[in-house]
Write a protein that binds this ligand. Structure first.
Ligand code: XIL
Length: 338
Protein backbone atom coordinates (compact mmCIF):
# COMPACT_ATOMS: atom_id res chain seq x y z
CA UNK A 1 0.00 0.00 0.00
CA UNK A 2 2.73 2.40 1.11
CA UNK A 3 4.69 1.54 -2.03
CA UNK A 4 1.68 2.35 -4.26
CA UNK A 5 1.20 5.72 -2.57
CA UNK A 6 4.89 6.50 -2.99
CA UNK A 7 4.87 5.55 -6.68
CA UNK A 8 1.66 7.54 -7.30
CA UNK A 9 3.02 10.65 -5.63
CA UNK A 10 6.28 10.30 -7.58
CA UNK A 11 4.30 10.13 -10.83
CA UNK A 12 2.22 13.17 -9.84
CA UNK A 13 5.37 15.15 -8.97
CA UNK A 14 6.96 14.16 -12.26
CA UNK A 15 3.85 15.16 -14.21
CA UNK A 16 3.70 18.47 -12.35
CA UNK A 17 7.36 19.09 -13.18
CA UNK A 18 6.78 18.29 -16.85
CA UNK A 19 3.70 20.50 -17.08
CA UNK A 20 5.48 23.31 -15.17
CA UNK A 21 8.25 23.09 -17.75
CA UNK A 22 5.64 23.75 -20.40
CA UNK A 23 4.05 26.74 -18.73
CA UNK A 24 3.72 29.75 -20.99
CA UNK A 25 2.19 33.20 -20.88
CA UNK A 26 -0.85 31.69 -22.60
CA UNK A 27 -1.29 28.84 -20.11
CA UNK A 28 -0.74 31.06 -17.09
CA UNK A 29 -3.16 33.73 -18.33
CA UNK A 30 -5.77 31.05 -19.03
CA UNK A 31 -5.49 29.88 -15.42
CA UNK A 32 -6.04 33.44 -14.26
CA UNK A 33 -9.08 33.89 -16.49
CA UNK A 34 -7.43 36.58 -18.63
CA UNK A 35 -7.63 36.53 -22.41
CA UNK A 36 -4.18 37.27 -23.73
CA UNK A 37 -3.00 37.25 -27.30
CA UNK A 38 -1.77 38.97 -30.37
CA UNK A 39 -2.82 40.32 -33.73
CA UNK A 40 -1.63 37.79 -36.29
CA UNK A 41 -0.65 38.20 -39.92
CA UNK A 42 0.79 35.54 -42.21
CA UNK A 43 2.95 34.39 -39.25
CA UNK A 44 -0.01 32.17 -38.45
CA UNK A 45 0.89 30.06 -41.50
CA UNK A 46 4.57 29.47 -40.65
CA UNK A 47 5.68 26.88 -38.08
CA UNK A 48 7.87 29.22 -36.01
CA UNK A 49 5.11 31.83 -35.91
CA UNK A 50 2.63 29.17 -34.84
CA UNK A 51 4.86 28.11 -31.93
CA UNK A 52 5.20 31.69 -30.71
CA UNK A 53 1.47 32.26 -31.10
CA UNK A 54 0.68 29.17 -29.02
CA UNK A 55 3.16 30.26 -26.37
CA UNK A 56 1.66 33.72 -26.02
CA UNK A 57 -2.00 33.56 -26.99
CA UNK A 58 -5.28 32.15 -25.81
CA UNK A 59 -7.10 34.64 -28.06
CA UNK A 60 -6.16 35.88 -31.54
CA UNK A 61 -7.27 38.68 -33.81
CA UNK A 62 -6.43 39.19 -37.46
CA UNK A 63 -4.25 42.23 -38.04
CA UNK A 64 -5.78 42.73 -41.51
CA UNK A 65 -7.55 39.61 -42.86
CA UNK A 66 -10.95 40.54 -41.45
CA UNK A 67 -11.03 44.14 -42.61
CA UNK A 68 -13.35 45.08 -45.43
CA UNK A 69 -10.69 45.60 -48.10
CA UNK A 70 -9.34 42.09 -47.49
CA UNK A 71 -12.51 40.22 -46.70
CA UNK A 72 -14.73 41.83 -49.28
CA UNK A 73 -12.68 43.38 -52.09
CA UNK A 74 -15.88 43.94 -54.08
CA UNK A 75 -19.59 43.78 -53.34
CA UNK A 76 -19.94 40.20 -54.54
CA UNK A 77 -16.76 38.34 -53.54
CA UNK A 78 -16.03 37.23 -49.99
CA UNK A 79 -12.44 36.18 -49.33
CA UNK A 80 -12.84 33.73 -46.46
CA UNK A 81 -9.87 31.45 -47.01
CA UNK A 82 -7.27 33.15 -44.74
CA UNK A 83 -9.84 33.62 -42.01
CA UNK A 84 -11.11 30.05 -42.20
CA UNK A 85 -7.56 28.67 -42.11
CA UNK A 86 -6.63 30.72 -39.10
CA UNK A 87 -9.81 29.73 -37.27
CA UNK A 88 -8.98 26.10 -37.96
CA UNK A 89 -5.53 26.61 -36.42
CA UNK A 90 -7.04 28.41 -33.43
CA UNK A 91 -9.65 25.74 -32.80
CA UNK A 92 -7.07 22.98 -32.96
CA UNK A 93 -5.04 24.78 -30.31
CA UNK A 94 -7.85 25.90 -28.02
CA UNK A 95 -7.36 29.53 -28.91
CA UNK A 96 -10.33 31.88 -29.13
CA UNK A 97 -10.89 34.35 -31.96
CA UNK A 98 -11.74 38.00 -32.04
CA UNK A 99 -13.14 39.70 -35.17
CA UNK A 100 -11.64 43.07 -36.13
CA UNK A 101 -13.45 44.97 -37.57
CA UNK A 102 -16.83 45.31 -39.25
CA UNK A 103 -16.97 49.10 -39.78
CA UNK A 104 -14.11 51.57 -39.97
CA UNK A 105 -13.07 54.61 -41.99
CA UNK A 106 -9.90 52.90 -43.26
CA UNK A 107 -9.10 49.81 -45.34
CA UNK A 108 -12.47 49.89 -47.08
CA UNK A 109 -13.12 48.59 -50.57
CA UNK A 110 -14.09 51.06 -53.26
CA UNK A 111 -17.74 49.97 -53.32
CA UNK A 112 -17.93 51.11 -49.68
CA UNK A 113 -16.11 54.38 -50.30
CA UNK A 114 -18.40 55.07 -53.26
CA UNK A 115 -21.73 54.57 -51.46
CA UNK A 116 -24.08 57.42 -52.27
CA UNK A 117 -27.33 57.13 -50.31
CA UNK A 118 -28.65 56.26 -46.89
CA UNK A 119 -30.61 53.33 -48.32
CA UNK A 120 -27.56 51.91 -50.05
CA UNK A 121 -25.43 52.28 -46.90
CA UNK A 122 -28.04 50.53 -44.74
CA UNK A 123 -28.36 47.66 -47.18
CA UNK A 124 -24.61 47.14 -47.41
CA UNK A 125 -24.18 47.49 -43.65
CA UNK A 126 -26.85 44.93 -42.79
CA UNK A 127 -25.63 42.51 -45.44
CA UNK A 128 -22.05 42.88 -44.14
CA UNK A 129 -23.07 42.07 -40.57
CA UNK A 130 -25.37 39.19 -41.44
CA UNK A 131 -22.97 37.49 -43.87
CA UNK A 132 -20.07 37.69 -41.43
CA UNK A 133 -22.05 36.50 -38.43
CA UNK A 134 -23.65 33.64 -40.35
CA UNK A 135 -20.32 32.44 -41.70
CA UNK A 136 -18.59 32.67 -38.33
CA UNK A 137 -21.45 31.49 -36.16
CA UNK A 138 -20.17 30.14 -32.82
CA UNK A 139 -16.52 30.77 -33.73
CA UNK A 140 -15.97 34.30 -32.51
CA UNK A 141 -15.64 35.48 -28.90
CA UNK A 142 -15.71 39.23 -29.54
CA UNK A 143 -16.65 41.39 -32.52
CA UNK A 144 -15.26 44.89 -32.97
CA UNK A 145 -18.45 46.19 -34.54
CA UNK A 146 -17.23 49.75 -35.10
CA UNK A 147 -13.66 50.98 -34.96
CA UNK A 148 -12.37 54.52 -34.34
CA UNK A 149 -15.61 56.49 -34.40
CA UNK A 150 -14.34 59.61 -32.60
CA UNK A 151 -12.06 62.54 -33.36
CA UNK A 152 -9.56 63.69 -30.72
CA UNK A 153 -11.88 66.51 -29.60
CA UNK A 154 -14.68 64.03 -28.89
CA UNK A 155 -16.79 64.80 -31.95
CA UNK A 156 -17.87 61.98 -34.23
CA UNK A 157 -15.44 61.07 -36.99
CA UNK A 158 -16.86 62.00 -40.38
CA UNK A 159 -16.51 58.52 -41.85
CA UNK A 160 -18.48 57.37 -44.89
CA UNK A 161 -20.89 55.65 -42.47
CA UNK A 162 -21.37 58.78 -40.39
CA UNK A 163 -21.77 60.98 -43.42
CA UNK A 164 -24.56 58.83 -44.87
CA UNK A 165 -26.30 57.61 -41.71
CA UNK A 166 -25.42 60.06 -38.92
CA UNK A 167 -24.28 58.92 -35.46
CA UNK A 168 -27.20 56.47 -35.48
CA UNK A 169 -25.10 54.13 -37.62
CA UNK A 170 -23.34 52.86 -34.50
CA UNK A 171 -26.52 51.91 -32.60
CA UNK A 172 -27.92 50.42 -35.80
CA UNK A 173 -24.86 48.23 -36.39
CA UNK A 174 -24.87 47.01 -32.78
CA UNK A 175 -28.59 46.24 -32.94
CA UNK A 176 -28.42 44.28 -36.19
CA UNK A 177 -25.34 42.44 -34.91
CA UNK A 178 -27.12 41.47 -31.71
CA UNK A 179 -30.09 40.13 -33.71
CA UNK A 180 -27.74 37.75 -35.57
CA UNK A 181 -25.39 37.03 -32.72
CA UNK A 182 -24.78 33.63 -31.23
CA UNK A 183 -23.08 34.36 -27.93
CA UNK A 184 -20.29 36.72 -28.98
CA UNK A 185 -19.57 40.00 -27.22
CA UNK A 186 -20.15 43.21 -29.17
CA UNK A 187 -17.51 45.94 -28.79
CA UNK A 188 -16.65 49.42 -29.96
CA UNK A 189 -12.92 49.95 -30.39
CA UNK A 190 -10.92 53.20 -30.27
CA UNK A 191 -7.47 54.74 -29.71
CA UNK A 192 -6.54 57.53 -27.27
CA UNK A 193 -9.66 56.62 -25.29
CA UNK A 194 -7.92 55.16 -22.24
CA UNK A 195 -7.47 58.12 -19.88
CA UNK A 196 -10.26 59.69 -17.84
CA UNK A 197 -10.28 63.42 -18.51
CA UNK A 198 -9.13 63.26 -22.14
CA UNK A 199 -11.85 64.69 -24.44
CA UNK A 200 -12.05 61.64 -26.73
CA UNK A 201 -12.11 59.22 -23.78
CA UNK A 202 -14.83 61.17 -22.00
CA UNK A 203 -16.91 61.52 -25.17
CA UNK A 204 -16.72 57.79 -25.75
CA UNK A 205 -17.65 56.98 -22.17
CA UNK A 206 -20.65 59.33 -22.29
CA UNK A 207 -21.74 57.91 -25.63
CA UNK A 208 -21.49 54.29 -24.43
CA UNK A 209 -23.38 55.21 -21.26
CA UNK A 210 -26.15 56.74 -23.37
CA UNK A 211 -26.29 53.60 -25.54
CA UNK A 212 -26.70 51.48 -22.40
CA UNK A 213 -29.43 53.78 -21.10
CA UNK A 214 -31.29 53.47 -24.40
CA UNK A 215 -31.00 49.68 -24.28
CA UNK A 216 -28.70 49.41 -27.31
CA UNK A 217 -26.87 46.06 -27.10
CA UNK A 218 -23.22 46.72 -26.29
CA UNK A 219 -20.90 44.60 -24.16
CA UNK A 220 -17.54 46.25 -24.26
CA UNK A 221 -15.09 48.93 -25.22
CA UNK A 222 -11.65 48.35 -26.70
CA UNK A 223 -8.76 50.60 -25.73
CA UNK A 224 -6.11 50.18 -28.39
CA UNK A 225 -3.19 51.53 -26.34
CA UNK A 226 -0.58 52.20 -29.00
CA UNK A 227 1.91 53.76 -26.59
CA UNK A 228 5.42 55.17 -26.64
CA UNK A 229 8.15 55.26 -24.01
CA UNK A 230 8.66 58.98 -24.67
CA UNK A 231 5.06 60.04 -24.14
CA UNK A 232 3.26 60.50 -20.81
CA UNK A 233 1.78 57.30 -19.35
CA UNK A 234 -0.91 57.68 -16.69
CA UNK A 235 -1.95 54.34 -15.18
CA UNK A 236 -4.21 55.98 -12.59
CA UNK A 237 -6.26 57.66 -15.32
CA UNK A 238 -6.49 54.36 -17.22
CA UNK A 239 -7.57 52.44 -14.14
CA UNK A 240 -10.16 55.09 -13.27
CA UNK A 241 -11.55 54.84 -16.79
CA UNK A 242 -11.84 51.04 -16.56
CA UNK A 243 -13.63 51.42 -13.23
CA UNK A 244 -16.21 53.88 -14.53
CA UNK A 245 -17.01 51.47 -17.36
CA UNK A 246 -17.39 48.68 -14.79
CA UNK A 247 -19.94 50.84 -12.98
CA UNK A 248 -22.15 50.87 -16.09
CA UNK A 249 -21.70 47.17 -16.83
CA UNK A 250 -19.24 47.52 -19.71
CA UNK A 251 -16.24 45.25 -20.13
CA UNK A 252 -12.88 46.41 -21.48
CA UNK A 253 -10.32 44.98 -23.85
CA UNK A 254 -6.76 46.30 -23.97
CA UNK A 255 -7.11 45.58 -27.62
CA UNK A 256 -4.01 46.61 -29.61
CA UNK A 257 -1.22 47.19 -27.13
CA UNK A 258 2.24 48.10 -28.33
CA UNK A 259 4.91 50.23 -26.68
CA UNK A 260 7.35 51.77 -29.13
CA UNK A 261 10.86 53.10 -28.49
CA UNK A 262 12.65 55.91 -30.35
CA UNK A 263 15.19 54.32 -32.72
CA UNK A 264 18.06 56.24 -31.09
CA UNK A 265 17.26 54.45 -27.82
CA UNK A 266 16.68 50.85 -28.92
CA UNK A 267 19.65 49.69 -26.84
CA UNK A 268 19.22 52.13 -23.94
CA UNK A 269 18.62 50.01 -20.78
CA UNK A 270 16.54 52.76 -19.21
CA UNK A 271 14.22 52.92 -22.20
CA UNK A 272 13.91 49.12 -22.31
CA UNK A 273 12.97 49.20 -18.60
CA UNK A 274 10.39 51.89 -19.33
CA UNK A 275 8.82 49.69 -21.99
CA UNK A 276 8.72 46.79 -19.55
CA UNK A 277 7.18 49.06 -16.89
CA UNK A 278 4.39 50.16 -19.25
CA UNK A 279 3.56 46.62 -20.41
CA UNK A 280 3.58 45.17 -16.89
CA UNK A 281 1.60 48.08 -15.42
CA UNK A 282 -1.10 47.56 -18.06
CA UNK A 283 -1.06 43.84 -17.36
CA UNK A 284 -1.45 44.60 -13.66
CA UNK A 285 -4.54 46.72 -14.40
CA UNK A 286 -5.92 43.91 -16.58
CA UNK A 287 -5.37 41.40 -13.77
CA UNK A 288 -6.84 43.52 -11.01
CA UNK A 289 -9.81 45.26 -12.66
CA UNK A 290 -12.42 42.52 -13.07
CA UNK A 291 -14.10 44.09 -16.10
CA UNK A 292 -10.84 44.11 -18.11
CA UNK A 293 -11.18 40.87 -20.03
CA UNK A 294 -8.33 40.85 -22.50
CA UNK A 295 -4.83 42.03 -23.22
CA UNK A 296 -3.94 41.84 -26.90
CA UNK A 297 -0.61 42.93 -28.36
CA UNK A 298 -0.69 44.44 -31.85
CA UNK A 299 1.72 42.17 -33.70
CA UNK A 300 3.60 39.07 -32.74
CA UNK A 301 7.11 40.37 -33.34
CA UNK A 302 9.14 43.40 -34.36
CA UNK A 303 9.88 42.18 -37.88
CA UNK A 304 6.32 42.63 -39.14
CA UNK A 305 5.07 45.20 -36.63
CA UNK A 306 3.12 48.09 -38.15
CA UNK A 307 4.97 50.57 -35.90
CA UNK A 308 8.10 51.54 -37.92
CA UNK A 309 6.05 52.23 -41.05
CA UNK A 310 3.48 54.28 -39.13
CA UNK A 311 5.54 56.13 -36.52
CA UNK A 312 8.72 57.19 -38.36
CA UNK A 313 11.83 56.84 -36.19
CA UNK A 314 10.21 54.40 -33.76
CA UNK A 315 10.06 50.65 -33.38
CA UNK A 316 10.85 47.63 -31.13
CA UNK A 317 7.30 47.81 -29.81
CA UNK A 318 6.42 44.10 -29.51
CA UNK A 319 7.10 41.32 -27.00
CA UNK A 320 9.30 39.35 -29.41
CA UNK A 321 12.20 40.89 -31.36
CA UNK A 322 12.80 40.65 -35.13
CA UNK A 323 14.12 37.08 -34.78
CA UNK A 324 11.24 35.91 -32.55
CA UNK A 325 13.46 36.02 -29.44
CA UNK A 326 11.58 36.77 -26.25
CA UNK A 327 12.44 40.17 -24.87
CA UNK A 328 12.90 40.70 -21.10
CA UNK A 329 9.33 42.02 -21.10
CA UNK A 330 8.10 38.49 -21.92
CA UNK A 331 9.84 37.13 -18.82
CA UNK A 332 8.49 39.98 -16.69
CA UNK A 333 4.91 39.31 -17.83
CA UNK A 334 5.41 35.57 -17.40
CA UNK A 335 6.46 36.13 -13.77
CA UNK A 336 3.53 38.46 -13.18
CA UNK A 337 1.09 35.80 -14.34
CA UNK A 338 2.40 33.19 -11.90
C1 XIL B 1 -3.09 48.47 -38.95
C2 XIL B 1 -2.28 47.24 -39.38
O1 XIL B 1 -1.45 46.85 -38.31
C3 XIL B 1 -1.46 47.55 -40.60
O2 XIL B 1 -0.82 46.38 -41.10
C4 XIL B 1 -2.36 48.15 -41.69
O3 XIL B 1 -1.57 48.53 -42.79
C5 XIL B 1 -3.14 49.33 -41.17
O4 XIL B 1 -3.87 48.95 -40.01
N1 XIL B 1 -5.83 50.71 -35.29
C6 XIL B 1 -6.52 49.60 -35.72
C7 XIL B 1 -5.83 48.56 -36.52
O5 XIL B 1 -7.68 49.43 -35.34
O6 XIL B 1 -6.70 47.92 -37.41
C8 XIL B 1 -4.66 49.15 -37.27
O7 XIL B 1 -3.95 48.08 -37.90
C9 XIL B 1 -3.75 49.91 -36.33
C10 XIL B 1 -4.50 51.05 -35.69
Amino acid sequence: MKKTILVTSLIVSLLTLVSCGKETIASRATKKGLEIGTAYASDIFDPEGQERIKEFSNILVAENFMKCANLRPNAKFWNWSDIDHSIEFAEKNNIQMKFHTMFWHQQNSSFINNMKSKEEALEIMDNHIITIMDHLKGKIKVYDVVNEMFEEDGSFRKSIWYNLLGEEYIAHALTVASEHNSGAKLYLNEYNNECVGYPKADAMYNFVKSLKEKGVPIDGVGMQLHLSTDLPFDPDAIRANCKRYADIGIEISFSEVDVRLPASKFKDPEEIKKQEYIYTTLLDIALTEPNVKSFIVWGMYDRTSWVPATFGGYGNACIYDVEYNKKPVYEAMFEQLK
